[in-house]
Design a binder for this molecule. Structure first.
Ligand code: F6R
Length: 332
């Protein structure tokens, strides 16, 4: 392993280890919450959450968490344009770690032109120069490692805009540290992930966690990984599993203790069918007694670490994303 790769691995390890602390290290500013409260009182028709890649993950977690409690639509936008239904009565939160992501900037400009209440969460770039209610986060972190910082901003902003009480993220730090100790005794080891292409399967609040795990393995370990969501995948993907792929593909089922009974039945039945085909499924259950947010954070933190260990095993630099950079360069 070159010294550059070694130092990249150590830098990413530091970021991942800091995950619990970062959740509450840069709390949302009071004046921003005040502006969210004002917008909520004035009355908004919905909230649009803009962002791509690592920055969009926080948005996906927020939407999954608030899906049943929010009384207004929460729209996820990972594109250049806003959905046609978005009017000036919407609040729009643009999330871009770098502040320079072209899709996010384009949709943000459209929101500004429409006269929406515009908010942003960024470490700088062009987004920081544009007019909005801005919350800044620290620089020099890969966007994907900034998830706890982004979530610590976007969650209370969205909750407040929805007229809901803002979650207190402070107690999560100690909880995550204690869950981390339990990993050591976990029966799932890295060997079960190595040499296979993982297919992360999640439902409800575990769906974005499954998607995040796939992206972390893609970006940190530079390996194929896939994601699917129940119940939808029961209506199509299930039919596509064949005995041929069982030596390469490893389904990893993420289970929440808050999952609805129907989802539990689907997870069990899906596993039975995959077992019969010879797949060796991994089932990861969230820690007992955790809130939905606590469960999401615990499994995210664990799977982030798995992505790093996979990178380390294969002498891969987890910090850089040369193919993504090359593509961005081609588009400039
Ligand atoms: C994650 C990563 C990408 C970026 C994405 C958008 O670490 O490198 O997924 O998050 O290209 O860029 P930002 O987050 O700066 O808006």
């Amino acid at each position: 392993m070159t010294s550059k790769t070694k130092s990249s691995i150590e830098r990413m390890r530091k970021h991942i280890e800091e995950f619990p602390r970062l959740l509450a290290s840069h709390p949302i500013e009071d004046e921003i919450l005040k502006k969210c409260r004002l917008a909520s009182k004035k009355g908004i028709d919905g909230i649009c959450l803009l962002g791509m890649g690592g920055s969009s993950i926080a948005n996906q977690y927020v939407i999954a968490l608030l899906r049943e409690r929010a009384r207004i639509p929460l729209l996820l936008v990972q594109d250049y344009t806003l959905p046609g239904c978005v009017t000036k009565n919407y609040a729009v939160i643009a999330v871009s770690y770098s502040g320079n992501t072209e899709e996010t900037l384009a949709a943000f400009s459209e929101a500004t032109c429409k006269g929406c209440d515009v908010f942003s969460v960024t470490s700088g770039g062009k987004l920081a120069e544009l007019h909005s209610v801005k919350s800044k986060i620290p620089v020099n972190i890969p966007p994907r490692a900034a998830l706890p910082l982004l979530l610590g901003k976007v969650l209370p902003m969205t909750e407040t805009l929805c007229g809901l009480p803002a979650s207190n993220l402070i107690p999560l730090e100690a909880k995550l540290e204690s869950y981390r100790k339990d990993w050591k005794s976990s029966s799932v080891t890295i060997k079960e992930f190595a040499d296979y292409i993982p297919l992360f399967i999640g439902a409800e609040t575990m769906a974005p966690v499954a998607y995040r795990a796939k992206c972390q393995i893609n970006e940190n370990a530079k390996r194929e990984a896939f994601f699917s969501q129940l119940p939808e995948a029961n209506h199509n993907e299930l039919e596509g599993f064949s005995k041929d792929a069982k030596c390469r593909l490893r389904p990893v089922m993420l289970r929440s203790n808050h999952e609805r009974m129907e989802i539990g039945k689907r997870m069990n039945a899906t596993k039975d069918i995959l077992d019969d085909l010879g797949y060796d499924c991994i089932v990861l259950r969230a820690p007992k007694g955790a809130t939905q947010l606590g469960e999401m954070m615990a499994l995210t933190h664990y799977l982030d670490m798995i992505s790093l260990i996979l990178a380390e095993r294969n002498d891969i630099d987890p910090m850089t994303v040369p193919k993504i950079e090359r593509l961005k360069g081609r588009l400039e």
